[in-house]
Design a protein around this ligand. Structure first.
Ligand code: ATP
Ligand code: MG
Length: 454
């Protein structure tokens, strides 16, 4: 009891040691205010004109220092959410637990948060594993810096003076290409196990080495991810998969022992012997698209990740004598029913996944009016991308996506020629006898032919 009290007194007394931040001038870091988005600058200057502190903080400063284009901008300020809201017409307060303000400016949304106090036992609610459940106390800039995860994420850039305020030697760490945790890594992982995933993602994306002190505990502490709500893990996995470095991230997750049994999504990705080639091809393809600034969608990616499970279920059903098309739809539902809950796939995404799968057998029908109808489908492009990936993985001949590409881009006469050249009917199914169809018959044209795609 007395020991407990003494510890309490001494740890309390130990905390308020003030850290003087380094003020790093532009000559040493090189970030000019013109490199920021106009909206981020505007938000900072408006707040500063009203007497508040305001800085660009977090990922954007880190990325600019490293030479990556920032994905988006976060601003940290001494103003309260209500004060921020009152200054910008197009803004809204979001979040009930900890309010932040979204300020809209042109096409951009800047996330503005008030300096927050650090998460320690005195002001945070934790669960029995030490995971922080609530941390909703405003604080000083110094406290705000200490509650951030990595030193490179705790840099405050002032667009007016072009100075970086650096409390934790983040600029030096960027220069040494080190991802270092602020504070004791074990404590910080216990407070929020998602930081383990962030460490891997940021290191892989930015080419940083995780500092050994932050790297070593990951293997032991990975199990704490089990206590993180599924929706939060899902968001983090999406960030990882769409970081443009998914392949590298996943390899590193595997190396750090973070893949097995903890993240259902990774089990799906890394542990499918049949679909492995397809899944990696799809991830490489996603990385390439993200880096080229092309659109990517969770629906498409999950459709690829789960496709080989669908194929297997479909095949089993057909072997039992079920008809191809209903068998496919049943297989799709079966796979989604098991995986959607586990992976926290939302209903909307599940709908997108199904659309892409359901289109696949329709690419086998290259007769009559069917192809004309198919290329008018709003999901044709996504379906075709998926088809091409299947061909690249060796599941179907490359001739099929090539034919569809030519057909989609051809004029009327060329289309008719292509239709004459295309195989009238795909190879017959193994078990079912099919009704012979005349070359130009279009009845039931929009129904998937099915069998061949498996
Ligand atoms: P990116 O946006 O490129 O994915 P980021 O570092 O900006 O990376 P955000 O999720 O946008 O990531 O978070 C913004 C900032 O908030 C981070 O830079 C970090 O300072 C802080 N932060 C985010 N998540 C955590 C966390 N789990 N623990 C502590 N600080 C965090
Ligand atoms: Mg960010």
């Amino acid at each position: 009891m007395i020991r407990k009290l003494l510890r309490k007194v001494f740890t309390r007394a130990a905390t308020p040691v003030r850290v003087e931040p380094a003020l790093i001038p532009v000559a040493r870091h090189g970030i000019r205010r013109e490199q920021l988005s106009p909206a981020a600058r505007k938000v900072c200057t408006t707040l500063q004109e009203k007497g508040h502190k305001a800085y660009v903080v977090g990922g954007a400063v880190r990325d600019l220092l490293i030479g990556h284009p920032p994905k988006d901008y976060d601003v940290a300020t001494s103003a309260t959410p209500e004060e921020v809201r009152a200054l910008f017409r197009r803004s809204r307060i979001i979040g009930r637990r900890f309010k932040i303000v979204h300020v809209m400016s042109g096409p951009e949304t800047i996330e503005v948060s008030t300096f927050r106090a650090s998460q320690d036992a005195t002001n945070a609610n934790t669960d029995e594993h030490g995971r922080v459940l609530r941390d909703n106390v405003y604080g000083s800039q110094e406290e705000d810096a200490s509650r951030r995860d990595f030193t490179v994420n705790a840099l405050y850039y002032d667009p007016t003076t072009e100075t970086i305020v650096d409390y934790h030697h983040g600029v030096a760490d960027v220069q040494q290409k080190t991802l270092r945790m602020i504070g004791d890594p074990r404590t910080r992982y216990r407070e929020d196990p998602v930081r383990m995933l962030r460490a891997v993602r940021l290191a892989a994306k930015l080419g940083l080495e995780i500092d050994p002190a932050a790297r070593h505990p990951i293997r032991d502490m990975a199990v704490l991810l089990e206590n993180v709500p599924a929706a939060r893990l899902f968001d983090e996995m999406l960030k990882l998969l769409f970081s443009g470095y998914a392949v590298r991230c996943l390899q590193q997750l595997r190396e750090e022992g973070l893949h097995h049994g903890l993240l259902p999504m990774l089990d799906v990705i890394l542990e499918q012997p049949m679909g492995e080639r397809f899944v990696w091809l799809s991830l490489e393809n996603t990385d390439e698209r993200v880096r080229q600034d092309k659109s990517v969608s969770p629906g498409f990616l999950f459709a690829t990740l789960l496709w080989h499970e669908v194929l297997a279920a479909w095949e089993r059903k057909k072997e039992r004598g079920e008809h191809s098309q209903p068998a496919l739809f049943e297989a799709m539902d079966e796979v989604l029913d098991t995986q959607a809950g586990k992976l926290a796939i939302t209903r909307r995404i599940a709908g997108d996944i199904k659309d892409i799968w359901a289109l696949q057998p329709r690419f086998d029908k290259r007769v009559g009016k069917t192809p004309y109808r198919l290329i008018e489908q709003p999901r044709f492009r996504a379906g075709w991308d998926f088809l091409r990936l299947r061909a690249q993985a060796g599941e179907i001949p490359m001739e099929i996506p090539d034919w569809w590409d030519r057909f989609a881009h051809a004029g009327h006469d060329e289309r008719e020629t292509l239709l004459r050249q295309a195989p009238v009917e795909a190879p017959p199914a193994k078990k079912r006898r099919r009704r012979k169809r005349k070359p130009n018959e279009t009845g039931a044209a929009d129904e998937p032919a099915g069998d061949e795609a498996a």
